[in-house]
Design a protein around this ligand. Structure first.
Ligand SMILES: CC(C)(COP(=O)(O)OP(=O)(O)OC[C@H]1O[C@@H](n2cnc3c(N)ncnc32)[C@H](O)[C@@H]1OP(=O)(O)O)[C@@H](O)C(=O)NCCC(=O)NCCS
Length: 244
């Protein structure tokens, strides 16, 4: 169940009220987690190039969206002024939630800009995170964490017990984010990355279905709500000119 506080978010629209940089008047900067669709691929490929030394091309995402029944991909949209966000359809109850959802197609001119994305594969008890990235200009505001929460939410809804991923041994920022959500290093894949032969840590969560994990996770999400509100409002780090 999505967390709801003063604003609606996680799976619907994230509305963060912030003071305007120039007037001090309140205004709304909304972030919206949404299923990735074919119309997003150009922007997703752009974020990949920004975020990774081995970016996935848009053809890889096209294949994932079309053919991989285990795959679940999210984008984090920033709603542009005057653009109406298409609300997601109501979630189907389990086991119907396992059936593929028909992709929604919002005309390109009306789509909000994509500022991040993430994905995972559901493999029985395991959810394997394949990617998580935020445009560099938008980092440090809790948005990567928000994407991670979107993925963990889905893993919980799909009754996965554990979430796992690989991360470069040098990627301290991502490791820090994962540790915060209970991931622990469980092994090493030597020379996993083909560009520089760097090793990967394999990280796993504890069982995400236990009451104990769910309690900690709910607390983290509450803190994240406050963090996004504070960081976005205190700095207006979100560069309105970058995407408009
Ligand atoms: C990893 C990534 C998605 C994090 O996104 P982000 O929006 O910058 O991160 P957030 O602002 O949500 O921060 C979440 C947590 O990440 C960690 N973190 C973020 N920036 C950090 C930094 N500069 N140094 C150390 N830890 C950091 C912290 O644990 C932070 O929680 P805290 O604010 O309570 O300390 C982003 O850095 C990115 O896109 N990196 C390139 C792609 C990548 O490496 N993906 C991971 C592949 S395994």
């Amino acid at each position: 169940m999505p967390l709801r506080m003063a604003a609606v978010w996680f799976g619907a629209t994230t509305m963060t009220r912030v003071p305007s940089a120039d007037t001090g008047d309140p205004r709304v900067i909304p972030f919206h987690l949404d299923r990735m669709n074919m119309n997003d691929l150009e922007e997703v490929a752009e974020i990949e190039r920004d975020a990774y030394s081995l970016p996935w091309p848009s053809s890889a995402y096209r294949r994932e969206l079309r053919e991989n029944k285990m795959a679940y991909y999210l984008v984090l949209r920033r709603r542009l002024p005057g653009v109406k966000v298409e609300e997601p359809p109501p979630r189907r109850p389990f086991p119907f939630s396992l059936l593929p959802q028909p992709p929604r197609s919002t005309p390109a001119a009306h789509r909000p800009a994509v500022v991040g994305h993430g994905g995972l594969w559901i493999m029985l008890d395991e959810a394997h995170i394949t990617t998580i990235a935020v445009r560099s200009a938008y980092r440090g505001q809790g948005l990567g964490e928000l994407v991670l929460c979107g993925l963990i939410d889905h893993a919980q809804e799909m009754h996965s017990k554990w979430v796992t991923l690989e991360v470069r041994v040098s990627n301290q920022v991502a490791q820090q984010l994962y540790r915060k959500y209970g991931f622990r290093q469980a092994g090493i894949r030597p020379r996993y990355y083909s560009d520089n032969r760097e090793d990967a840590y394999v990280m796993w969560t504890e069982d995400i279905q236990t009451a104990e994990y769910k309690k900690k996770y709910a607390e983290l999400k509450r803190a994240l709500q406050a963090k996004i509100a504070e960081r976005v409002s205190s700095s207006i780090i979100v560069p309105t000119t970058a995407l408009e």
